[in-house]
Design a binder for this molecule. Structure first.
Ligand SMILES: NC(=O)c1ccc[n+]([C@@H]2O[C@H](COP(=O)([O-])OP(=O)(O)OC[C@H]3O[C@@H](n4cnc5c(N)ncnc54)[C@H](O)[C@@H]3O)[C@@H](O)[C@H]2O)c1
Length: 358
């Protein structure tokens, strides 16, 4: 680490996840964004330059193309690696696994994203579940958006002694908005051919004790994922107690249909109105006025902003690898820097619940 004690972070792959990670790193008072690397030369990377981020070419060819395009390239990925403590790999699926060896050779700690397999780092990360076992490690993998939401919510129930077994159906967005001109489904629903879908076993890579089975279907929209869950409770509890367990996590946000939030689009609009960058919903947004208990089973649904949910986890993973803070300290710092504030949500719910003056 440099003399100022800040963790030097590089981002390789400045796409949907990489650009959000770069912005989030730049907001942390204990981190410095050393630079971003990519292979493209168009508007996507030009915005990074406009934001003042130092640009590196992720391949020799990419570096040459950037130079030819007149972009201010500071060097190649190997130059970037010389000046960082942690590199966050946000390249497309399977490219990260190929990069792991060069990170190891450079002696740099690294973080993979959910497109890579658990085996690439031997550790899978969700802040509220596996921060401690990541402390001081050389590498970890921040699990996918869906898996992050599953582990966050089931961990909240587990911590309160409520979790028996969990069964979920995931409605998955077809593609990301910026590339919806290139592909995505229309006028159909596409079931994933295997049960369980991979997210359940993936959640067990973070917490092997979870009794969880998932099924998934691709749906023709790009806003976010929607999950439906049935959880067999480990003990009798009413809806209020289950909601209280979710509220105890700062990254599960209670929302209500009664507050004018009946669907994915209205929650996204709320993020825009709150001034969140890129309308990011970092939390799992769970409908509390829909949550129902029958006997020993709880039923609920929530929204997952696939583009944003893994960003706070990635920031916490950086601190965990550097052993720079406890889990609670890191989560609190990340939340403060990104504007994740449970009061924002609960205050609203409570205000709406007040009786109207006669
Ligand atoms: N998009 C999501 O909703 C989402 C959610 C959670 C996790 N993830 C995971 O995050 C990772 C990145 O996904 P994404 O959606 O941001 O992808 P993306 O396609 O939006 O961005 C990838 C970026 O990497 C660049 N790139 C391609 N090859 C490269 C190389 N060899 N070296 C450096 N850069 C290269 C691309 O130009 C692009 O800018 C994947 O593991 C993915 O599974 C994605």
């Amino acid at each position: 680490m440099p003399a100022n004690g800040k963790i030097r972070v590089g981002v390789n792959g400045y796409g949907v996840i990489g650009k959000r990670v770069a912005d989030a790193v730049a907001k942390q008072s204990d981190m410095t964004l050393a630079g971003v690397a990519d292979i493209v030369t168009d508007w996507r990377i030009q915005v990074a330059v406009k934001r003042g981020y130092t640009l590196y070419g992720a391949s020799d060819e990419g570096t040459r193309a950037m130079e030819q395009a007149g972009l201010p390239v500071a060097g190649t990925l190997s130059h970037l690696l010389k000046g960082v403590d942690v590199i966050v790999d946000c390249t497309p699926k399977r490219i990260g696994a190929r990069n792991a060896e060069s990170y190891r050779r450079a002696g740099v700690k690294f973080i993979m994203q959910g497109g890579e397999k658990h085996e690439v780092t031997g550790h899978s990360f969700v802040a509220e579940a596996s921060y401690d076992s990541a402390r001081g490690r050389d590498a970890t993998r921040v699990v996918s958006c869906n898996t992050t939401s599953i582990v966050r919510t089931l961990t909240a129930l587990k911590r309160n002694g409520l979790l028996g077994r969990a069964r979920g159906t995931l409605l998955r967005r077809a593609t990301d908005p910026w590339e919806s001109d290139k592909g995505g489904i229309m006028n159909t629903l596409v079931p994933e051919p295997h049960i369980p879908s991979h997210q359940g076993p993936d959640a067990q890579s973070v917490d092997p004790s979870l009794d969880v089975v998932t099924m998934a279907v691709k749906v023709p929209e790009t806003i976010a994922h929607l999950h439906y869950w049935t959880v067999q409770l480990a003990r009798r509890a009413d809806a209020e107690e289950i909601i209280a367990a979710f509220r105890a996590s700062s990254r599960v946000a209670p929302i209500r249909m009664a507050d004018g939030l009946p669907a994915l689009n209205s929650v996204k609009e709320l993020m825009a109105d709150l001034g969140r960058p890129r309308e990011n919903l970092y939390e799992v947004a769970i409908w509390t006025d829909m949550l129902t208990v029958h006997g020993d089973e709880a039923f609920y649904a929530y929204m997952v902003d696939n583009q944003a949910i893994v960003i706070p986890e990635t920031i916490d993973a950086i601190r965990a690898l550097m052993d720079a803070a406890s889990a609670n300290e890191s989560i609190a710092r990340t939340n403060a820097a990104l504007g994740i504030d449970p009061r924002l949500w609960t205050a609203k719910a409570e205000r709406v619940a007040e009786p109207v003056a006669e």
